[in-house]
Ligand binder design. Structure first.
Ligand code: NAD
Length: 428
């Protein structure tokens, strides 16, 4: 099987063509700083002891403490976590946040656990990685199949271990446990800001522009809901069980209400329902959804969804990457050849880490902001960094992805060379 990390690294090759990097920077960006693999023993409800595998990877901390979410999924692997930590490093630099990149994950199908098993697993994971995280060291957050409740358990466990309240150790916490207002919808909201900036740049009318959204979880749902409110027409949405389509457009709020009615899983933390349960919409396969003739294809599920096998069938003229790494480097080349623009993950989904940064700032200051302030600061930050990248695209005639990487790598390279000792060695 191909390594996702090797594929992720290929993006740097394009950047090196436009920017002279020192060998120090190239060398540093090839290697994660720390890869921790842990065995997590959990007492199951029936009395058995089960051991789960978990990871925490810190890729680079030159620009600040490392930051990145925790994923619960049966397909989590070290290769995937390293790739995600690499993208977090680039993303924090693209957004000019004072963080490096990290990521964590547990190999588990969380839907098969009871609520108490899930809590024990989450708390035990924090016990295993407690020595390498901290508000000034490495700050986790939610990712696929983790949420505010799980972050709350984790922050509480960390406080138990350290015997002091340190809410800045984790972001994406419940608002009652020092979380930030606006964090829940931040990733979807940030993605919409980037799309709107692009639409404005290209002087397109958002009204009735059609969207198909793959992945109807935290990021995809809030994006679809907010985009619908702004006049975009969401014609298809999908989740892990399949996709639905309506030429007249769907109402994302109603689709979510229906999906949530089916909360009959053991843990009650995840809903068993699917968008496909809605009888009044046409069901299509997940593959068909990716090939719909829409204005914008929105990818908000998992990595490697558009690859060399299906890139040629994409009819949308714009892809919005809300998921991390949903388009492979081989697919990038095919899409570019077919005139499909890709608004890249390291910019598009950065709303989540930006409001996580706001949460960390609020936790450290002990001063909490109104939701309006959070949303306003997010809009300004997304607009500023998106337009810097759009300017670079025009100035250098490069792809949106290359421009975003160029911007991020320049900031990382600046930090690495300011801390390095290379010049002294050369002088000697
Ligand atoms: P989530 O667990 O809330 O939702 C994931 C959704 O994807 C679910 O609806 C699931 O059914 C669906 N899905 C899974 N496999 C699928 C498939 N093959 N086809 C279609 N749908 C599928 O996760 P999330 O937090 O929304 O994260 C989604 C993506 O966004 C991930 O790549 C994540 O890394 C990225 N992301 C999330 C955040 C955040 O703040 N939540 C921030 C940045 C990036």
């Amino acid at each position: 099987m191909k390594s996702t990390f090797e594929d992720a690294q290929k993006r740097l090759t394009n950047v090196f063509r436009y920017f002279e990097l020192t060998d120090d920077v190239r060398e540093k960006l090839k290697h994660p700083k720390l890869c921790l693999s842990v065995s997590i023993p959990v007492r199951m409800d029936d009395g058995r002891l089960k051991v789960f595998t978990g990871y925490r990877v810190q890729f680079d901390n030159t620009r600040g403490p490392t930051k990145g979410g925790i994923r619960y999924h049966p397909d989590v692997s070290l290769d995937e976590v390293i790739s995600l930590s690499f993208w977090m490093t680039i993303k924090c630099a693209v957004m000019n946040l004072p963080f490096g990149g990290a990521k964590g994950g547990i190999v588990v199908n969380p839907k098969s656990l009871s609520r108490l098993e899930l809590e024990r697993l989450s708390r035990n994971y924090i016990r295993e990685i407690a020595d390498v995280i901290g508000p000034k060291r490495d700050i986790p957050a939610p990712d696929v199949y983790t949420n505010a409740t799980i972050m709350g358990w984790m922050a509480d466990e960390y406080a138990n271990i350290k015997r002091q309240q340190l809410p800045g150790v984790i972001t994406g916490k419940p608002v009652h446990l020092n979380g930030s207002l606006g964090r829940e919808s931040a990733t979807g909201r940030g993605a919409l800001h980037v799309l709107q900036e692009w639409v404005n740049r290209k002087k397109l009318n958002p009204q009735q522009r059609t969207l198909a959204v793959q992945g109807f979880g935290n990021a995809g749902y809030h994006f679809a809901r907010l985009a619908h409110d702004e006049g975009f027409k969401v014609v298809a949405v999908s989740d892990s069980k399949g996709a639905i389509f309506s030429e007249e457009g769907l109402e994302p709020g109603k689709v979510m209400d229906h999906k949530q009615e089916h909360k009959d899983l053991k843990s009650m933390m995840y809903c068993d329902g699917s968008v496909c349960d809605l009888q009044r919409y046409k069901k299509i396969s997940s593959e068909e959804m990716l090939e719909l003739d829409v204005d914008v294809l929105v990818l908000a599920a998992l990595e490697n969804q558009i690859h060399k096998g299906n890139a040629g069938q994409v009819k949308a003229k714009l892809i919005l990457e809300i998921a991390n790494g949903p388009v492979t480097s081989e697919a990038d080349a095919i899409l570019a050849g077919n005139g499909v623009s890709v608004l890249p993950d390291v910019l598009v989904n950065a709303g989540g880490v930006t409001v996580s940064y706001f949460e960390w700032v609020q936790n450290r200051a002990g001063l909490y902001w109104e939701e309006e302030t959070v949303n306003d600061r997010l809009r300004k930050k997304m607009g500023k960094e998106a337009n810097t990248i759009f300017d670079l695209v025009e100035e250098k005639s490069i792809s949106l992805r290359t421009a975003a990487y160029l911007q991020g790598v320049k900031r990382i390279a600046g930090a690495i060379s300011e801390t390095g000792t290379r010049e002294y060695f050369q002088e000697g």
